[in-house]
Design a protein. Sequence first.
Length: 522
Amino acid sequence: MTLADRRLWAFLLGVVAVTIGVLLHLPMFWMGRDMGFRMAGMPMDGAMIAGMWMIVAGIGLAAYGLLPKGLSRQIETSSQLAVSAPEDAPLSAAHWRLMGVLVVALVIDIMKPASLGFTIPGMIDEYGVPRETVSLVPFVALVGTVVGSFLWGVVADIYGRKASILLSAVMFVGTSICGAMPSLAWNIGMCFLMGAAAGGMLPVTYALLAEMMPSRHRGWSLVLVGGLGAVGGYAAASLLAVWLEPIFSWRALWLANLPSGLILVMLGSFIPESAKFLMARGRHDEARRVMARFGSAVHQIAPDEPAVPRRTASAPKPRPFGGKLLALSLTAICWGLVNFGLLLWLPIELIARGYSMEVASRLLAASALIALPTVFVVAWLYSAWSAKKSVLLSIAVTLLGLAGVLWLALAEGASPVLPVALLIVGSNGIIAMLLPYCAESFPLRIRGRATGVVAACSKLGGVFAQALAIMAIIPTLAVSAMMIAVPTLLSLLLVARFGRETRGSDLRDLDPDGHVFDKSGL
């Protein structure tokens, strides 16, 4: 991270302090090795308490190190700057490298909430509390992601997109002490921080990638990065559960945040900063160097140059977008119900049906690996066949998976392999395409707000699912599948009715009037 106006020494010192703070928790964790690494009820020693303070201080120091100097001095306003997006520029090594780094970032980001389903059975056993109480862990984590989705937008505006990703990574490192917490209450609190750190990673990543990619490669690259991140995150969580949980208990899945977060910090040197942010901070030369690597350019709008074109008499009037927003928001809610509800409950249900935790984890890991090659198919379909039909196809596959889960619940001795695989393939296809499709479906004047609403809805589905668990009204597997299938079918019909084909379209066609957003535009 060679940024001229950052305090590099403070950031690095903060990372070291957080890392040491986590390491100070490991001796007590290792003391429990003769008891299967069970720590419930153990008193927190002085080293652990000191480590907690070091983590808090380290995160604060890292945040100070990432804060741009002269924050109150805004060199140029955003309205005076224009970033010329590349149209037909070929993909360079810089583009491929950025895609690779952001895939790793998303894998690390998604791996955290995906691990919840594998830790809950161990928490129930070790802490000796009912399932409804342990459901507070994923519930609070998802509430944290909703809060983080709003907060990280502000952080990205102040710190920059690259800096916000790095600060999120440092917080990931700190939350790894969940694996050494002797009480459930501490786990719940730390999971909120983990969710808050993860909440804004996905939108910031998409925004950064969209600005850097050539326009004709933007659709498939966004889908591919999002899909590989989603599948890779779930596969990583599943594989860690298979490899580490039988040896080090469920706590190892949280402790894995330490190395994965440090990997993301080290990859920060390959992540460019937003050119528009650099220009706004007066770092013109650095902005031009960044954009030159990606085939784009930045120019300053002259005072007499109109910021937006005037609407001509022949231009079509703005169309209502409420139906489209409803369709995509409902799709996002259904995805949240599947990903943070049904898939989190599946390991417990499989164990109740006689499977061991190791077998259940292997099944979910194998299903995630089956979904991996389909990401490339989804990206190809989205860009070469049809964006709208690809989204509809993923929703339909998810419906087939829900039907398979219903069959699994009702049929005696039914194999869970195909239903789980269909569910993971379909849901990963949805989340890989949903935000890119949303960004391409709304005009500039409401694009940010519409995409933010859809992203928040993907978390709200999970919040609702876990709220049911907390209130001890978790429905049976069959009822859960049917309850999720009904709104999923409705979302399929709504997307078919209101969805727009975006393949090969010019996003400027969505803004014929060029005026700012009016409330009636929805």
